[in-house]
Design a protein around this ligand. Structure first.
Ligand SMILES: Nc1ncnc2c1ncn2[C@@H]1O[C@@H]2COP(=O)(O)O[C@H]2[C@H]1O
Length: 570
């Protein structure tokens, strides 16, 4: 039968495209009705020559690869064309057939087998076009030319002492099993009634563990697979999967048993191979176990210290909650409301305990002390410092107010209270390097007089209700706690009937939103000039609402304190 037009296929020479070639081979085998030798040569060409082209000619970078097969007058001709690195198989050294499987050069054996099995191999490189053409031919012959396969098996330790006739019989009767890359020969747990010798390609032995799949062995040509199930009549101990296109010689259980009975050396070689495998697998598993044990031990240590850290953090968190509660007690529970006036204050602590506070102190003679302050820093140190400053100022102011000669002079009272507090803190706690900005006013509800000391605090603002003009009560001294005997001046102004007072801390004008923008002085001014408010409470609400809607979902970074005063009905 003559088939002249043949069958062609073109692929990008990459591992993943080898499967297409396996289909191509199957197609040709059936269509051309190839003899088993021709089919074997065709398989070898795909597994060895094409594999070499992918790996070496194209260095695994891919490139055009064409296969054209024809059958004319019983002769199969396979043309393999590629444009990779030229490689003339005639130039390749013959492989060292007696080297161990592991030491042998990859690919050499395949080319050797092709050359031995094929009738002819011709190679041509066209300099002008860059194409390499390799033509392999194989005539169909009734006389099976099995010599190369017999030779191949003879040099394996397994068959060293097996006579040639037995090997020839085996090769003649054996089925050639071809696997595409990634194809599974059998799976762990399957029952098995045959074993295999790898003739070409790479095959992996893999085992699935609970959490991972491990590679037990990568088998090269010459390796035996599946013998264990035949020896102990148990299911397959592992799965076997082709890594590259591969050809295996299938030996049935009956052939295997006969072989073993007749050849004790073969049985011994098999036993030796199996023992080595088990030793290696044991070492691999034990090594893995040891590694896992070490990992577990260190994970346990990490867990223990994480747990301790968690306990420590929980304790700190509990203490912080207590600190937050204590700090809240320092804010006056009720704000005195002098006749005709409204005084409102608000403190919104950030997540951490912080350093803001306000105070409203009865000073005698119906005067009211108004305090808005901010201690530097955050956390427990700031909270302790607030407690100290607030208590000292409160008690100093009240005891001074009890002295008639001072009680009537608000300017003197304020300066004395601030100076005493500053001196004590600077003297006794100067080493802590902490300070507090503080606005302290003595407010006379009868006259509207507001005497004040501003110790480095954000200037409170007086807002005219009708004109919406703003006045600022600027600083009159440095923050408290910096050094002893700092001079503090007291000033005085009048809070008129149509004016509002707003004291605040920088948590208000330095509040961030998620975009990282700041609710700054300009934003506050905008609320004061345009906001809809008519008394101390609605003024405070307007400011807080503006800040809150500006900040949105962002976490509050600092305490915010607001204190407002207005005349009723103003
Ligand atoms: N460490 C190993 N453990 C089990 N099987 C192995 C190992 N290494 C290679 N194999 C082969 O994988 C085959 C899986 O099927 P069998 O149990 O029939 O025979 C097994 C051996 O041929």
């Amino acid at each position: 039968m003559a088939i002249s037009e043949g069958r062609s296929i073109e692929i990008d020479a990459r591992w993943e495209n080898l499967a297409a070639l396996t289909d191509y081979t199957t197609e040709i085998e059936t269509e051309f009705a190839l003899t088993s030798e021709q089919a074997f040569v065709l398989g070898l060409v795909i597994e060895e020559i094409v594999t070499n082209i992918i790996k070496y000619s194209y260095a695994e970078q891919g490139g055009p690869l064409q296969l054209h097969s024809t059958l004319e007058n019983g002769e199969l001709a396979i043309r393999i064309l590629d444009r990779g690195q030229p490689f003339n198989p005639d130039d390749a050294d013959p492989p060292d057939l007696f080297a161990s499987i592991h030491d042998r050069q990859v690919g050499g054996l395949g080319v050797f087998l092709v050359r031995e099995m094929a009738d002819s191999i011709t190679y041509h490189h066209d300099d002008a076009s860059g194409w390499n053409t390799l033509i392999v031919t194989k005539k169909a012959s009734t006389e099976a030319s099995i010599a190369p396969l017999v030779e191949f098996l003879e040099q394996l330790p397994l068959f060293h002492e097996v006579d040639q006739a037995t090997i020839q019989n085996l090769v003649q009767s054996a089925e050639h099993v071809r696997l595409a890359p990634g194809e599974t020969l059998f799976s762990e747990g399957d029952s098995g009634d045959d074993c295999y010798i790898v003739m070409a390609g790479d095959v992996d032995v893999i085992k699935a563990l609970a959490t991972e799949t491990i590679l037990l062995e990568r088998c090269r040509p010459g390796a035996i697979l599946g013998e264990m199930a035949l020896i102990d009549n148990s299911p397959r101990a592992a799965s076997v999967r082709a890594r590259t296109a591969a050809t295996l010689l299938r030996i049935t259980e009956a052939e295997f048993v006969t072989l073993m009975h007749a050849n004790p050396t073969t049985a011994m070689a098999l036993l030796r191979g199996g023992t080595t495998r088990l030793r290696q697998a044991n070492a691999q598993m034990l090594g893995g176990l040891e590694k896992k044990n070490l990992e577990l031990a260190s994970a346990y240590e990490e867990l223990k210290s994480a747990q301790q850290e968690l306990l420590r953090l929980e304790r700190i968190e509990r203490e912080l909650a207590i600190a937050r509660d204590i700090q809240r007690f320092f804010l006056p529970p009720n704000i005195p409301q002098p006749e005709g006036w409204q005084i409102v204050a608000f403190n919104q602590g950030a997540l951490e305990v912080g350093g803001d506070f306000y105070d409203v102190i009865k000073l005698g003679g119906n005067k009211i002390g108004l305090v808005v302050a901010d201690a530097c820093g955050k956390g427990v140190p700031a909270a302790l410092f607030v407690a100290l400053t607030r208590s000292l100022l409160h008690s100093n102011a009240q005891s001074l107010a009890a002295r008639p000669e001072i009680a009537t002079d608000p300017l003197a009272l304020l300066t004395a209270a601030i100076t005493m507090t500053n001196n004590y803190i600077s003297r006794e706690h100067g080493a802590s390097n902490m300070f507090t900005t503080l606005f302290f006013a003595a407010f006379d509800p009868q006259t509207g007089e507001l005497a004040y000391v501003n110790a480095g605090h954000n200037p409170p603002i007086i807002i005219n209700r009708t004109s919406r003009t703003l006045r600022y009560l600027e600083g009159t001294g440095l923050p408290l706690g910096i050094m002893e005997d700092l001079p503090y001046k007291a000033k005085s102004t009048i809070l008129a009937a149509d004016e509002y007072f707003l004291g605040f801390t920088d948590g208000a004008t330095e509040a961030f939103n998620l975009a990282g923008e700041v609710f700054d002085d300009a934003a506050l001014t905008n609320v004061l000039k345009n906001g809809d408010f008519h008394d101390a409470q609605s003024l405070l609400d307007s400011v807080w609402r503006a800040i809150e809607s500006f900040v949105g979902e962002a976490e509050q970074a600092d305490d915010i304190t607001l204190l407002t005063v207005s005349r009723n009905g103003s």
